[in-house]
Write a protein that binds this ligand. Structure first.
Ligand code: RIB
Length: 295
């Protein structure tokens, strides 16, 4: 069984600010750093650092060699990453004193997927393989349909949620990983219990992880509901916390861990990521997660 993550790769330009800008305001930042990120890349690196061999498929732009290098350094297979002319995906991220962020995304090369490229990537995968997707690349609906046709197991983190998801057949998804906002956008419900109930009505065969910020996370499948609290750390930068959770939780499924242990592993990895700056750079390796004594 192979794992393919078809997703974005971004350069994150991270600005340290006193507070997140309000409309019309001009504010000096105290620091700027450039990190490798993108929900796709972060999740591939989280999987790899958790010990799962992963293929990343996607496109980088002219300035994107560092993203390719980061994949290689972290053991992510790069056979399906293409470099194309023009600008790559990038973000402008403000991080405030509490470690909270806001992200402005420019899609760049992440919006250049073609159906031919999708078909050629998927031709190397087969029934029973896993495909992980987010919503930072184009042709998501086509990828879901094509992967389903092949009998791949589809895992979707529908983030950031936008109208492109309305054209996707979400009944083909086996596992959703969503936060409360995305849960609301999919179901129209705000209460966690109601989000879970509505997902069950809409997609009865799907499993779901609902992350609840400071309230932890909840997992639901046909066997029931499992809850997990957070591990407390001083927040430095929350960027990629959700991606770390996603990669680690999926690794626990692949490793056959009991759900509760998988949720705990993912929550701990995510907390460690929050305690340090950057996206891919903040994601801990499995040994660090296992030996950490954070509570
Ligand atoms: O989830 C965090 C990621 O979202 C950042 O690395 C940024 O690139 C945006 O895509």
């Amino acid at each position: 069984m192979k794992v393919l993550n078809f997703g974005s790769l971004n350069l994150d330009y991270v600005y340290q600010v006193d507070h997140i800008l309000i409309p019309g305001e001009t504010l000096a930042s105290s620091d700027r750093k450039t990190f490798c990120g993108g929900k796709g890349l972060n999740q591939s690196i989280a999987l790899a650092k958790a010990g799962i061999p992963v293929y990343h498929a996607g496109m980088i732009g002219e300035e994107g060699d560092v993203l390719l290098e980061t994949c290689k350094e972290n053991g992510v297979n790069t056979d399906f990453i293409r470099k194309i002319p023009g600008p790559g995906g990038h973000t402008v991220i403000q991080v405030d004193k509490e470690g909270q962020n806001c992200i402005l995304l420019f899609g760049g090369s992440n919006r250049s997927m073609t159906r031919e490229f999708v078909d050629s990537v998927l031709s190397s995968f087969e029934k029973g393989d896993i495909i992980l997707l987010q919503n930072e690349i184009n042709e998501l609906d086509y990828i879901i349909d094509a992967a389903y046709e092949k009998g791949m197991m589809i895992i979707l983190n529908p983030s950031p949620y936008d109208s492109a998801l309305d054209t996707c057949d979400l009944s083909k998804v086996s596992l959703f990983l969503v936060n409360e906002i995305e849960g609301y956008q999919i179901t129209g419900e705000k209460e966690p219990e109601k989000i879970l109930a509505r997902i069950k009505e809409l997609y009865p065969k799907a499993k779901i992880v609902l992350t609840l910020g400071g309230e932890g996370s909840v997992y639901q499948d046909e066997s029931g509901i499992y809850r997990q609290g957070i591990f407390k750390v001083k927040a430095v930068d929350t960027t990629a916390a959700g991606d770390t959770f996603t990669g680690y939780f999926i690794s626990s499924i692949i490793d056959g861990m009991p759900v509760q242990e998988g949720l705990s592993l993912a929550a701990k990895a995510s907390a460690i990521a929050v305690s340090r700056p950057g996206a891919t750079a903040s994601i801990p390796i499995r040994e660090e997660v296992l030996s950490s004594d954070i509570k």
